[in-house]
Design a protein around this ligand. Structure first.
Ligand SMILES: [Zn+2]
Length: 132
């Protein structure tokens, strides 16, 4: 990775070339003058010493604290994907039964979508979704 001029600093009389901490002061708006820790982007004061949560309880607490609305959880995304696939299949059925001649939806179809190409396919889909 190429470092910019601002990202590099020299220590010990130009004998040590290292990355400069990327933290910026809220008060003075100046960049931190300390060297970053090895393999990190910040100095120890600005977060590089943190290893994040280690225990299962700590990881759970962190996940809970960082969850805002659950829109991007695995479960919510899977549900959304399944609903999108079902909607695409309904669109297929609509066109097969001659209910619309408007332009088709373009773009990528949801994961799990299987196109319906015949009226028998529509019947099979309806049998699968019938609840009463
Ligand atoms: Zn720093």
């Amino acid at each position: 990775m190429e470092l910019g001029n601002e990202d590099v600093m020299f220590l010990a009389g130009n004998r040590i070339r290292c990355r400069r901490c990327s933290a910026r002061s809220k008060r003075t708006k100046l960049r931190c003058g300390a060297p970053a820790m090895r393999g990190k982007k910040a100095c120890a004061t600005h977060g590089s010493k943190s290893t994040g949560p280690r225990t299962e309880q700590g990881k759970a607490n962190s996940a809970k604290a960082n969850l805002k609305n659950g829109k991007y959880t695995k479960q919510a995304q899977t549900e959304h994907s399944e609903a999108s696939a079902q909607l695409s299949q309904l669109e297929d059925a609509m066109y097969l039964l001659g209910m619309s001649d408007a332009p088709r939806c373009t773009g990528r179809k949801a994961k799990g979508y299987t196109p319906i190409t015949s009226v028998d396919g529509v019947r099979t889909m309806l049998i699968g979704t019938k609840t009463d």
